[in-house]
Each structure stands twice: as structure tokens, then as C-alpha cells.
Design a protein around this ligand. Structure first.
Ligand SMILES: [Zn+2]
Length: 480
């Protein structure tokens, strides 16, 4: 008994008392430490495991068997809307679905009337899509806000934060991109409701089928007042190989390239493949081949072709060479038979660069040289301009905030690192293009395997999903 009592006393002094005293002491210390720790906390259960499983779950929500396909207002899109809305509610956000099927989740923070930070990306997909293009930006933002909710900080935001899952960016069904974000940015008139798909069904018809009001008045009310918005941020997969090549998971986007699409029609003399001597041919196919190679040569080395006189001093050869890309993606010939010299060949040109003035200069030069080539080959040439979109420059202040947040996320995960988050150009269009008409925009790119997108092979590492969520969290923490 004595031995037991001695052992208990010994045990009390050695273990229980010190731990009690110590815990009240360290309790104070830990609270101070906890505050510091929250800033360093990595939240892998929410920002990694749950975010990845949500991306997988959304990736199963498809209109087709065997591949991912979710177009504007399709049955799968409606399921996706409900799913995302439930995740937003889980993150403590007030939610609603607007008249164009965009899902909104908003945290008012401390100042309901302050200008709101919008964070968004799109819910729709291309046909046979990957699971990250679009949903990654939505899931990361919702997850980061959920962390703030769990940390008891959601109410401490100094301005409202609203996540928007846009209903249409890819434009698969109506061949018209940004139906969702353009309505909120107010860049497209109410006639957008009358755009029809291949079977003649209009946007308005589809919305009404799904019990949306879909009147011109309700459409126009979707436009946000620029005075009520502080800025727009989008996280998106890179859709290119640069981040993978530099070995970093995140990049800051400096801008989205402007774009011009041309249709080139070359006409020659149709004839028999066996009877017309080579010296007497006016072959539009060989002329088109030369034009396509000329295009590639000029776009690889634009400085060799553009004269930098007083009219073109708004851009530099380096900036043009760094961002100019040209593609011939579609070509057809008439009559298109193996034993006939074609009478006509048409091909498309897709030309993109960050510098709108440089884009004009290179198109002028390309057109001139194409006409000269056609003349030398005795064929006729018509160059039609089919589409133009101006470049969007991301806001330098917002970009620098995103860069700090991305660096902080990398640091949290990997410790001190030497590399700096790279700055990239986006060659692909994004909802940020439409939103730039409403407010300042900033974007973060996330590394994707092989730069592949619009394909089931599209892949983002679980850790990169995590770091993207941490970057948005770090960015949101600057708004506390
Ligand atoms: Zn996308």
C-alpha cells in the first residue's frame, strides 16, 4: 500500500502536476503559437484530399458515357450546379444560381457594402474533356474559403468575397464563348438569348426549359455594377508546358493574348493530274503550302520581317517574338481528289500575341508577303479577317499580390525556396477576358502534365491542387 502511495505521489509530481501547470503555461504560449501556426497550417485534409476528391466527383458528372462532356444547361450541368452549390454552402457561403445558370457563393465579411472580390472559373467542358479545366479554379476557391470558415475567420474578411462558377466558357453547344461571364460583365447584349444551337434551339429556349426566367430584362439585370466590384481572380490549369519545364507548380499570368483569325482562299487552275505539265500549272495547293511555311517563318522570327519605323514604336521585337504564335489548323481543297490539281484551297490562320499593335503590324506584313507569293505563283489570293479579340493585360498590383500568395504557398509546403513564381502569358482565352471589361483581373496558372488540356489525359498532381488552394488561401488572408 505504502509502495502504491509512494508511486502515486511520485507519479503525481512527475507527470500530472507538471503537465497541469505546464499546460496552463504553454496554453498561453500555444495560443500565441497557434496564431502563428494558422498562417503556416497546410490544411491537407481540405485543400488536398477533399479538393482532389471533389474534382474527381465533378469529373464523373457527364452527359456522355465513357467520356466527360458538360455543356451549357445540359442535364449533367444541372447536377454539377447542385454539387458546387452544396460545396459552397459547406464552406459557409450564401449561395444562389442566377438566370444564366452561374452558381454564386458569397461571404459578406465585415463590410457588406465594400467592393467585392470575385473569384471564378467555368463549370462547362469541351467534348471528351479533362476534369481540371475550369473546375480546378472553382474547387480551390471554395476550399480556401472553407478553411477560413473552419478557422473562424470567414466573418473577418474586410470585403465581400464571391466565388462564381460560370455556366459557359467553352461555347460548345452555342458556338459562343463566355455566355456566363459575359452576362455578369455586361459585354454581350440581351440578343445573346437568341443565339441558337445546331438544331435551332436558342439559349432562351434552354433556359426556359430549365425554369429560368430568361427574359431580356432578367438577362440585363445580371450585369454587375463596376462600383460594387474590387477585382476578379481566376485559378486555371496552364494548358501549356512552361511550368512543367521549369519545375514549378504555379505561375502568375501577365496577360491573355489578343487573337486574330484569318481565312485564306487561294484560287488556281483546276486540271488533270496526269496531263498538265508542271511548268504550266497554277496550283493553289503548292501555293498554299508555301504560304503556310512563310507564315511559320515570319512568326518564328518576326523581327526579320517587320520594319520598326515611327509607326511601330509601341512594341519591341523581343516582346513580339516572346508571345507571337501562329497556327494553320484547318485546310480544305476543291474538288479534293487525288488525280485532280485543285481549283481552290482554303486554310485558316490563328494568330495570337500579347501586343495588339504588334498583331496589327505582323498581320499587315504577312498579308503583303502572302499576296506577293500568290502573284509570283500566278494564283489569286483572298485574305479575310474573321475574328478579332483584344489582348487583356492583367492588373500589375493584383498580379503582384497573387505572386506573393503563390510564393508564400510554395514556401509553406517546401520551406525556403530560391525559385520565384514565373510570369506567363496565356495563349488561351479565359473568363478573365470577359471579366476584364468589368474590373481589374489577375490569374494564377497551375502546372498540368505535358501541358495537355481538352483531353482525358489532362492531369494535375494532387500536391499542385493543394498548393493552388494554399495560394488562394494566402491571398484571402491578405483580405482579413
Ligand atoms: Zn478553361
Amino acid at each position: 500500500m505504502f509502495i502504491i502511495r509512494v508511486c502515486f505521489i511520485f507519479f503525481f509530481f512527475l507527470c500530472i502536476l507538471p503537465s497541469t501547470v505546464f499546460s496552463s503555461f504553454t496554453g498561453l504560449q500555444m495560443r500565441g503559437g497557434e496564431e502563428e501556426e494558422i498562417g503556416k497550417e497546410l490544411f491537407p485534409d481540405i485543400l488536398r484530399e477533399e479538393a482532389v476528391s471533389r474534382l474527381d466527383e465533378l469529373g464523373q458528372v457527364s452527359d456522355a458515357d465513357g467520356h466527360l462532356e458538360r455543356t451549357f444547361m445540359s442535364p449533367a450541368s444541372k447536377k454539377a450546379i447542385n454539387l458546387v452549390q452544396s460545396w459552397m454552402e459547406d464552406a459557409g457561403l450564401r449561395t444562389w444560381v442566377d438566370q444564366m445558370g452561374n452558381v454564386h457563393g458569397r461571404a459578406e465579411g465585415m463590410n457588406t457594402h465594400a467592393e467585392a472580390l470575385l473569384i471564378g472559373s467555368h463549370l462547362d467542358t469541351v467534348i471528351d474533356a479533362g476534369i481540371f479545366d475550369g473546375p480546378l479554379g472553382i474547387v480551390c476557391a471554395v476550399s480556401a474559403l472553407k478553411v477560413l470558415k473552419i478557422s473562424g475567420k470567414l466573418g473577418n474578411l474586410t470585403r465581400p468575397v464571391e466565388v462564381i462558377a460560370f455556366s459557359d466558357e467553352e461555347g460548345v453547344r452555342f458556338q459562343s464563348t463566355f455566355l456566363g461571364s459575359a452576362a455578369i460583365a455586361g459585354t454581350r447584349p440581351a440578343s445573346a438569348l437568341q443565339i441558337s444551337d445546331k438544331s435551332g434551339v436558342t439559349v432562351q429556349d434552354v433556359l426556359k426549359e430549365n425554369s429560368f426566367d430568361a427574359t431580356e430584362a432578367s438577362y440585363l439585370q445580371l450585369k454587375y455594377d463596376p462600383q460594387s466590384v474590387w477585382g476578379y481572380v481566376e485559378v486555371h490549369i496552364e494548358q501549356g508546358p512552361v511550368l512543367e519545364s521549369v519545375g514549378l507548380p504555379l505561375g502568375v499570368v501577365k496577360g491573355i493574348a489578343g487573337q486574330t483569325r484569318l481565312k485564306v482562299t487561294v484560287r488556281g487552275t483546276q486540271g488533270h493530274a496526269g496531263t498538265v505539265p508542271m511548268s504550266m500549272r497554277q496550283d493553289p495547293m503548292t501555293a498554299a503550302a508555301e504560304l503556310i511555311v512563310l507564315l511559320e517563318t515570319m512568326c518564328k522570327n518576326p523581327a526579320d520581317f517587320i520594319s520598326y519605323d515611327g509607326h511601330c514604336n509601341g512594341f519591341s521585337a523581343e516582346s513580339l517574338a516572346g508571345s507571337l504564335v501562329c497556327t494553320v489548323g484547318e485546310i480544305s481543297s476543291w474538288p479534293g481528289a487525288s488525280n485532280v490539281i485543285p481549283g481552290q484551297v482554303t486554310f485558316t490562320v490563328d494568330l495570337r500575341t500579347m501586343d495588339d499593335m504588334a498583331r496589327e503590324a505582323i498581320i499587315f506584313e504577312i498579308s503583303n508577303r502572302m499576296y506577293q507569293t500568290c502573284e509570283r505563283r500566278s494564283v489569286s489570293c483572298i485574305i479575310e479577317r474573321k475574328h478579332d479579340a483584344e489582348a487583356v493585360v492583367c492588373d500589375p498590383g493584383l498580379s503582384s499580390e497573387l505572386k506573393s500568395a503563390a510564393n508564400s504557398a510554395l514556401k509553406r509546403v517546401a520551406g525556403e525556396i530560391q525559385e520565384k513564381v514565373p510570369v506567363l502569358m496565356s495563349g488561351a482565352g479565359h473568363d478573365a477576358m470577359a471579366m476584364s471589361h468589368l474590373t481589374k483581373v489577375g490569374m494564377l496558372f497551375v502546372r498540368c502534365r505535358g501541358g495537355i488540356s481538352h483531353s482525358p489525359a489532362e492531369h494535375v498532381l494532387d500536391d499542385d491542387v493543394w498548393i493552388a488552394g494554399l495560394a488562394i488561401l494566402a491571398f484571402l488572408e491578405t483580405k482579413l
